[in-house]
Design a protein around this ligand. Structure first.
Ligand SMILES: Nc1ncnc2c1ncn2[C@@H]1O[C@H](COP(=O)(O)OP(=O)(O)OP(=O)(O)O)[C@@H](O)[C@H]1O
Ligand SMILES: [Mg+2]
Length: 368
C-alpha cells in the first residue's frame, strides 16, 4: 500500500498543495517551522481521522479560514481515495470522511483502511507519560488490527458515562442503588472484552518489543512489557463481584474507581524495577521507537499489510549506530515518508528516491 498523491486545502500553512509521492522513500526537508510535520499530520488525519498531535481540528484549519480539506490517492490496495473535510460553523465543528467517494459515518468503517504507523519525537511520552497515553496507544494498535474493537470501546465509554452519572445520582439521593445492578452487568461484559483484547495484545507485543529494543540498543538489560489491569480478573462474573465489592466506594466518590478506564501498561526490568525510574533519556527514546516498531510488526502480521511509515524527524535524535539499527527494521515494501531538516543526515537507508524541499513561503520544490 502506498500514497501516490496528497492534496491539501487550507490545511495548516498550506493553502493549496499537491504532492506526488514515490512508493519507496520520500524525504520532506526544510528548515524548522516550514511545515514538514504538517504534511505528516495530514497523512495521519487521513489515516486515523484525527491528528496525532492531540490538538482540536480548529487548530488545523488555516488561520483566517473556516474549513480544511485533505485527500490521498492510494495504490496497491482495495480502496483508492480517502478524503477528510472539516468545517467550523461558529462553535460547531463538522467533519466528513469519505472512501472512494462514499461518506463513512461510522468511525469504525473509515478507520484501519489507510494503514500508517507514525514515528514522532513526542513518542517518548508513551514511556514517561500518564497511563491514559499508553491506553490510547494500545487501543489505537488494537483498533488498527481489528476495527470492531473501536465499537467495543465506544460502547464501553457509553456504559462508563452512564454508570458514573448514576453513581452521582445515588450519592445525591435522587436514584436507588439497586439501579446499578443492570449497569454493573453491562460494565462487566464490556470490560471483559476490552481487558482480554488488551492482555492478548500485550502478550503478542512482548517478544517483538524486546527484540526491537535489543536490536536498536544492543543492551543486555532489556525491559519487559506488562499489562497492569486495574481489576484483577477478565471473567465477567468475577468482574461483577468486584464491582459489587467496590460499590460503596464508587457511590461515595461518584465515579467508577476501577475498570479498563484505569488500566496501565508498564515497562520494567526483569527484577521488577520500573523502567521509567532508571532509564536514561536515550533508553527512553529507544524504548519508544521500539514500541512503534512493535506496532508496525503487529499490524503487518495480524492484518497482512505493510503499513505506510510516517517518520517525523526521529532520526536526528538517535546516534548513527541506533539510526542504522532503526532503519534496518523498515522494509523495501514499506513506503516511508521521512521529515528531516537535511536529508543528507539519513544514514544506512535505502537509496534516496524523492526529496521535497519546503521553502519558507510554504512552496514545495521536488529536488530529485
Ligand atoms: N492553523 C494554521 N494555519 C497556518 N499556519 C499554521 C497553522 N498551524 C501551524 N501553522 C504553521 O506551521 C508551522 C509549523 O509547521 P511544522 O510543525 O510542520 O514545522 P516543521 O517543518 O515540522 O518544523 P520543525 O523542523 O521545527 O519540526 C508554524 O510555524 C506555523 O507557522
Ligand atoms: Mg516538525
Amino acid at each position: 500500500m502506498h500514497v501516490s498523491t496528497l492534496t491539501l486545502k487550507n490545511f495548516r500553512n498550506y493553502e493549496n498543495l499537491t504532492l506526488d509521492f514515490c512508493p519507496g522513500n520520500n524525504f520532506i526537508t526544510g528548515q524548522n517551522g516550514t511545515g514538514k510535520t504538517n504534511i505528516i499530520e495530514a497523512l495521519a488525519v487521513l489515516s486515523q481521522v484525527k491528528s496525532f498531535r492531540n490538538v482540536p481540528d480548529t487548530e488545523i484549519i488555516q488561520w483566517g479560514h473556516e474549513q480544511y480539506y485533505c485527500s490521498a490517492e492510494v495504490k496497491d490496495t482495495q480502496y483508492q481515495r480517502f478524503e477528510i473535510g472539516c468545517a467550523k460553523y461558529g462553535e460547531i465543528i463538522k467533519k466528513k470522511a469519505k472512501i472512494d467517494g462514499k461518506e463513512e459515518k461510522k468511525i469504525s468503517d473509515y478507520f484501519g483502511k489507510l494503514v500508517t504507523v507514525i514515528f514522532s519525537p513526542g513518542d517518548t511520552i508513551l514511556v514517561y507519560g500518564s497511563p491514559d497515553i499508553r491506553r490510547r496507544f494500545f487501543d489505537g494498535v488494537i483498533s488498527k488490527i481489528d476495527t470492531t474493537y473501536i465499537d467495543h470501546l465506544q460502547e464501553f465509554r457509553r456504559i462508563l458515562k452512564n454508570r458514573n452519572s448514576l453513581l452521582k445520582d445515588i450519592r445525591d439521593g435522587s436514584k436507588d442503588a439497586r439501579d446499578l445492578d443492570v449497569w454493573d452487568q453491562m460494565f462487566a461484559d464490556s470490560s471483559s472484552v476490552i481487558m482480554a483484547r488488551r492482555s492478548d495484545t500485550v502478550e503478542r507485543s512482548m517478544k517483538l518489543f524486546q527484540n526491537a529494543y535489543a536490536s536498536i540498543s544492543g543492551y543486555e538489560d532489556i525491559p519487559l512489557m506488562r499489562y497492569r489491569p486495574s481489576m484483577k480478573s477478565f471473567d465477567k462474573d468475577a468482574l461483577e463481584v468486584l464491582l459489587k465489592k467496590n460499590r460503596l466506594r464508587d457511590i461515595q466518590s461518584g465515579t467508577t474507581t476501577s475498570g479498563p478506564q484505569r488500566d496501565d501498561f508498564i515497562l520494567e526490568s526483569s527484577d521488577g524495577r520500573g523502567f521509567v525510574y532508571y532509564a536514561s533519556e536515550g533508553q527512553v527514546r529507544m524504548a519508544s521507537v521500539s514500541l512503534k516498531i512493535t506496532e508496525m510488526q503487529l499490524v503487518e502480521t495480524q492484518k497482512g499489510v505493510k503499513p505506510i511509515l510516517l517518520v517525523d524527524d526521529i532520526m536526528s535524535q538517535l546516534d548513527e549506530r541506533r539510526r542504522h539499527n532503526v532503519v534496518a527494521f523498515f522494509q523495501e515494501e514499506n513506503q516511508i515518508i521521512f521529515t528531516m531538516v537535511d536529508a543528507a543526515r539519513i544514514w544506512g537507508s535505502r537509496k534516496k528516491e524523492r526529496e521535497f524541499y519546503i521553502r519558507e513561503n510554504s512552496r514545495v520544490e521536488v529536488k530529485s
